[in-house]
Design a protein around this ligand. Structure first.
Ligand code: URA
Length: 241
């Protein structure tokens, strides 16, 4: 809730003092009713505030946060099991932001959160084919034919996966593969690896479009830099800003 004169000032309509004058003059309505007294509270986004008959809308500044999601945290905002949420980790971020896509409870890595709904929509829309890079650990070493299947596309219960890029980055009793996909189906990487007989033992997203996780520690977050926002928008042809 916010006081009406502050809300009008934040909308860029007038100073707080001028806003108080407007209210006294009977020019301001809240949900269709003229408000003349001071101190009335409004709920931004819920209450319809108008001045001289024109609706007043306060647009939040767009905020872009890059989080290194640790394992053991849910991406969803409403978890029936009341487990820890990614937004619980964003101490200091005052604006309400929403995750762009999802990472499973057991998956770590780069998660973007924003209040820019248009950007979030575009980044998750299959049409824009935004690449995501994951590092997946498995037991053993995958033979060529399994790699070939993953590259060309494997049959999953919701259809064949689109072509992917894959390369081994660590060889050992447990190997690590880096896989690049642009689709964002539920548990997609895990299901792709399962489909070729190599279940993933640990999964981490290291990049999302042009954004890189870098050495941000698990559980930490940072705001995107202006340059990163620009290239991210370019990656999904969102240039009307
Ligand atoms: N693929 C998965 O299997 N899990 C994720 O969290 C993201 C992609």
């Amino acid at each position: 809730m916010e006081r009406l004169h502050k809300y009008l000032a934040r909308a860029g309509l007038a100073s707080r003092r001028q806003a108080e004058e407007m209210i006294k003059q009977g020019r301001v309505k809240v949900n269709g009713a003229i408000v003349r007294e001071m101190g009335v509270q409004v709920e931004p986004g819920r209450d319809a505030v108008s001045v001289d008959g024109a609706l007043v809308i306060v647009k939040d500044e767009p905020v872009y946060v890059l989080l290194h999601k640790p394992v053991g945290v849910v991406t969803t905002m409403n978890d029936p099991e009341k487990r820890k949420k990614v937004t619980d980790l964003l101490k200091g971020v005052k604006t309400r932001v929403y995750p762009v896509g999802r990472l499973d409870y057991h998956t770590a890595g780069l998660l973007l959160l924003t209040n820019d709904g248009e950007l979030a929509y575009r980044l998750t829309h299959p049409k824009y084919k935004v690449d995501k890079v994951y590092q997946a650990a498995i037991q053993g070493i995958m033979p060529e034919d399994a790699l070939d299947k993953l590259t060309k596309g494997v049959l999953l219960e919701d259809g064949v996966s689109a072509p992917a890029k894959i390369r081994r980055i660590h060889k050992g009793p447990a190997s690590v593969y880096e896989i690049t996909i642009h689709e964002g189906r539920n548990r997609q990487v895990r299901r792709m690896f399962e489909a070729v007989g190599f279940p993933v033992t640990a999964l981490k997203r290291v990049s999302f479009g042009p954004l890189k996780l870098g050495d941000l520690p698990a559980g930490a977050w940072r705001y995107l830099e202006d340059r990163e926002i620009q290239v991210l928008k370019k990656a999904c042809r969102y240039t009307e800003f």
